[in-house]
Design a protein around this ligand. Structure first.
Ligand code: 5GP
Ligand code: ZN
Length: 115
């Protein structure tokens, strides 16, 4: 737990969020500034600064984050129509919260390549 990390605060419920799904190790909640009809953030409850660091430190946890992302797509009914998983990492990717998170985006046609 990092006391100055926004997503750690969401995990401990001191910052409110609209939770979509939860396991012992992973939390999924709606993005505060949705960029698509479905825009959910899937995070490990344990603090890791980015996805690659999480995968090195705890590969099983990284797999659990991906599995929950798939569950979220089913919950929102976009599993059949398609969705995008994004892990912004570092400055050029505009990562703004340095607690690993997977964006689940769906519910509209997503252009490729992204801007
Ligand atoms: P990043 O740019 O780091 O990949 O994504 C961070 C995401 O966190 C952004 O999409 C942003 O809208 C979202 N976000 C920032 N602050 C909050 C908050 O307080 N609550 C929720 N639910 N999402 C947030
Ligand atoms: Zn954190």
């Amino acid at each position: 737990m990092s006391t100055d990390c926004l997503f750690c605060r969401i995990v401990e419920r001191s910052v409110p969020a609209t939770v979509v799904h939860e396991t012992d190790t992973v939390l999924a909640f709606r993005d505060i500034d949705p960029q698509a009809e479905t825009h959910v953030l899937v995070i490990p409850k344990e603090h890791h600064p980015d996805a690659a660091a999480m995968a090195v430190a705890d590969p099983q946890l990284a797999g659990e984050v991906l599995a929950v992302a798939g569950e979220v797509a089913k919950i929102d009914g976009v599993d059949a129509s398609g969705y995008r998983l994004v892990f912004n990492t570092g400055a050029d990717a505009n990562q703004t919260v340095f607690h690993a998170h997977c964006h689940v985006l769906g519910g509209r046609n997503l252009t490729w390549p992204p801007g």
